[in-house]
Ligand binder design. Structure first.
Ligand code: GEM
Ligand code: ZN
Length: 377
């Protein structure tokens, strides 16, 4: 049996593979950071039908150790179709087993979104979704941070921004962006036509390509949590945020959505700007309407579970959602999808996955279309 992770978004350390019934593994930390929780590795040389057991022995020391209970690891024989495998968090380790039908299998924390697929998505956006490469920043290690613009009406008055995967292990975020970009290819989509008659879209499908490639959970290559850098971004240690902030200030922002994944809460939810100093009834009304429309249209979304609301004036303004909402006095959300499942409509075979993330991206466009005329009322 051979175990490897030396590939795009790979992350594992083999401690002891002598017993195939209990292969001892450990997750590697993000570069220059104490954070870890993402894993992604390949096992080959398996005997189909034989049982194999794997143990992530340092799960109890990971960034969100409470999140392992109720979590099921994902596996794939072809890197296309991913399924959940029975997993158990016990004695500080996450254990899972498989009786493979194939001689090789990949395991990951969530369905990975590869750098190759990112390059394909950018090409799709430019060639079929009517997007242009509005600007292109660079990550610490020199990878492109593409800022796409979709503009169909030169007189459009609103600017709607979506950024994704500031936290590189939250691969569901770029799946969400793929769904949104895919919908932009549709012709005769009345909602989309209405939206783009009034607004330009500014899309960053991946804010943290270095972290994604390196199999990080939380930080960029300098060990910075980009979602804590929005009051202190620098070209030295957070060029990814620095670049996007510059562009936002040049263009303006009327609606901002920051796409993430959450390790612990088994639901899709949003976090708003209720703790911002500048939060007013106007924004509260817009937030309620956005959430209500997403529920009413039947999207996989709910408002019962989520983060504790911030007290008035107590928002952490270093977060993208709060920083942008405050600076531009606009509707701004963090959109969270689960690493586990959306327990309102559970799918035991797949849990939450890329396809469901894509659908949410499409559904959010419908809500943006319904609200674009009220963003500055
Ligand atoms: C979260 S955003 C946390 C938002 N919390 C409240 N109370 N608004 C983060 O950055 O920690 C997003 C994420 O990591 O997915
Ligand atoms: Zn996040």
């Amino acid at each position: 049996m051979n175990i490897s992770a030396n590939f795009d978004s790979g992350n594992i350390e083999v401690l002891d593979a002598s017993n195939p019934q209990r292969v001892l593994l450990a997750m590697r930390r993000d570069l220059n950071s104490p954070h870890f929780q993402w894993f992604h590795f390949k096992v080959e040389g398996l005997n189909p039908g034989q049982r194999y057991g794997f143990s992530l022995t340092n799960a109890g020391q990971s960034s969100y150790a409470n999140a392992w209970s109720g979590y099921q690891a994902v596996a794939s024989y072809d890197q296309v179709n991913w399924f959940r495998v029975p997993s158990r968090f016990e004695n500080d380790a996450l254990d899972f087993a498989i009786e493979p039908s194939e001689a090789q299998v990949w395991f990951a924390y969530f369905e990975p979104y590869s750098r190759a697929r990112h390059a394909w998505l950018i090409e799709q956006a430019l060639s079929k979704s009517g997007a242009e490469l509005f600007a292109c920043g660079k990550s610490i290690e020199g990878r492109d941070i593409q800022l796409l613009r979709v503009s169909r009406n030169p007189d459009a008055q609103r600017n709607i921004w979506l950024i994704a995967q500031q936290h590189p292990g939250e691969h569901m975020a770029e799946w969400f962006m793929e769904g949104l970009i895919e919908r932009l290819q549709q012709r005769g989509d009345a909602e989309l036509d209405a939206l783009l008659a009034q607004a330009d879209l500014y899309l960053v499908p991946n804010m943290n390509p270095d972290g994604a490639f390196r199999g990080h959970l939380r930080t960029n290559a300098a060990g910075r949590d980009l979602n804590r850098a929005w009051q202190s971004a620098s070209e030295a240690d957070s060029p990814e945020v620095y670049f996007v902030q510059q562009q936002m200030r040049a263009v303006g922002v009327d609606l901002f959505l920051d796409i993430h994944g959450d390790e612990e809460i088994p639901h899709v939810f949003t976090a708003g700007c209720e703790g911002n100093p500048g939060y007013r009834p106007r924004l509260e009304r817009l937030e309620s309407q956005f959430r209500r429309l997403l529920v009413d249209m039947g999207a996989e979304f709910q408002t019962e579970f989520g983060y504790k609301r911030d007290e008035p004036g107590q928002a952490n303004i270093t977060l993208a959602c709060n920083a942008v909402g405050e600076e531009f006095d606009c509707l701004a959300f963090t959109i969270e999808m689960p690493f586990k499942d959306h327990d309102d409509h559970p799918n035991p075979q797949t849990g939450w996955n890329g396809e469901r993330s894509k659908q949410l991206g499409k559904d959010v466009l419908s809500v943006a279309a319904a609200m674009v005329g009220q963003l500055r009322e």
